[in-house]
Design a protein around this ligand. Structure first.
Ligand code: NAG
Ligand code: NAG
Length: 374
């Protein structure tokens, strides 16, 4: 509580004045969000409250550059605590993130980031090793860094027994350069993500990898039409986005290709074992309409550089990601209205109250376990 008040009086941090999305009154009834009676041994029987550790790999969208920024200069700051897949600042009632949802049901949750800082500042970043500017070929290095952090902090993380959720979102920087650099192709991107997951698979037990599928860059191209300031920034930050030779249709196809190679990693079964799985969350894959308000692109969604997500954007994305996490594989929403949050937040399916995996989506009855009494 005291920390929150301190943050609110610092004018540099837009935490309290910038728009945000919270989910007050999230309630799934008496049992649906409880822990399992016994710590599950099978990856297909993991309830949201069984997750003890959250970890993340990615780029500036996972480091949350600019998420709390009120001016373009502050976009260099990594507002990790607000990141949609890794941040734990504020409460669920004030700001939706995946960790904020999970920690409401497990106050011992560990690994999420708080505050502002780089991945090498342990107190801030914890197990979110995302690095601004990262490409898919940086993912294996981040995965190794994560393994080493888990070993260094083995007094707080019980490597063998704790269930860990690893959130990955990568590819924006690859797609931004792909039009001139074929080595950033969707296929190569998929291979690098596969290498990274392999490192985790070989070294870390009890992990659910949740891979957020690539987003459509042309959504961004459409959202900045007419904003001179944004267009000029993107020319530097994202060369393909501003390259007129590269049509919206081509950019769209590249994003679909990224999603295909990401999905192939899941369907190959390469990362399936009793205590490990990979699930792709595809809500961005067919979402091409930018966030809109009153018939115009909604700049509230973006940081002041019109490129990264604002805290409002992070919270918006979190609501749709959570929905995907609880939807069965094969039936996950692929086209969301990114102008509106998925609020009230989704509750687990009473007939399969687990984080959905390929196997529990095929036949959940094999994986039903008892829920905790308390
Ligand atoms: C666009 O294509 C033209 C003709 O092939 C080429 O001269 C120009 O350099 C290209 N522009 C960019 C930004 O790649
Ligand atoms: C998306 O959400 C916005 C904001 O609530 C709403 O105005 C718009 O009609 C929705 N679009 C679609 C296609 O449902």
């Amino acid at each position: 509580m005291r920390i929150f008040i301190v943050l609110c009086i610092l004018p540099l941090l837009g935490y309290c004045t910038l728009p945000d999305i919270g989910a007050s009154g999230y309630d799934c009834g008496a049992n649906l969000m409880k822990k399992s009676k016994k710590v599950p041994t099978n990856v297909n029987s993991v309830r949201p409250a069984d997750i003890k550790v959250v970890m993340a790999l990615g780029d500036s969208l996972t480091a949350a550059n600019g998420a709390g920024a009120e001016d373009p200069l502050a976009v260099v700051l990594q507002y990790r605590g607000l990141a949609f897949q890794a941040g734990g600042d504020k409460s669920l009632e004030e700001h939706v993130t995946i960790p904020n949802i999970l920690k409401k049901y497990n106050s011992d949750l560990f690994g999420y980031s708080t505050g502002i800082g780089s991945p090498n500042v342990w107190e801030i970043a914890k197990l979110n090793v995302a690095m601004p500017g990262a490409h898919a070929d940086d993912m294996p290095g981040q995965a190794r860094q994560l393994v080493s952090l888990l070993h260094q902090h083995n007094t707080v993380v019980d490597m063998n027994n704790d269930w860990k959720l690893l959130n990955i979102f990568i590819g924006g920087n690859d797609l931004c350069r792909y039009c001139s650099r074929p080595d950033y192709s969707p296929q190569k991107c998929g291979e690098h993500i596969g290498e990274a997951i392999q490192i985790i698979y070989d070294n870390v037990p009890r992990v659910i990898v949740s891979l957020t599928g690539m987003l459509h860059l042309e959504m961004l191209r459409r959202s900045d039409t007419g904003h001179f300031f944004c267009t000029s920034l993107h020319t530097k930050e994202c060369t393909c986005e501003s390259n007129k030779n590269y049509t919206n249709a081509e950019i769209a196809q590249a994003a679909l290709d990224y999603n295909k190679y990401e999905m192939d990693l899941q369907t190959s079964g390469r990362f399936e074992k009793d205590d490990f799985t990979l699930v792709v969350q595809p809500f961005f894959s067919q979402t091409t309409v930018p966030p809109m308000k009153d018939g115009k692109p909604d700049q509230t969604f973006f940081a002041p550089d019109c490129f990264h997500f604002s805290q409002y954007g992070h919270a918006m994305v979190s609501t749709h990601l959570w929905n995907n996490i609880l939807e069965p594989v094969g039936m996950k929403t692929k086209n969301v209205n990114i102008s509106a949050p998925a609020i009230p937040l989704t509750c687990p399916d009473a007939t399969c109250p687990f984080i959905r995996t390929t196997k529990n989506s095929e036949d959940c009855s094999k994986y039903i376990t008892a829920v905790s009494d308390v």
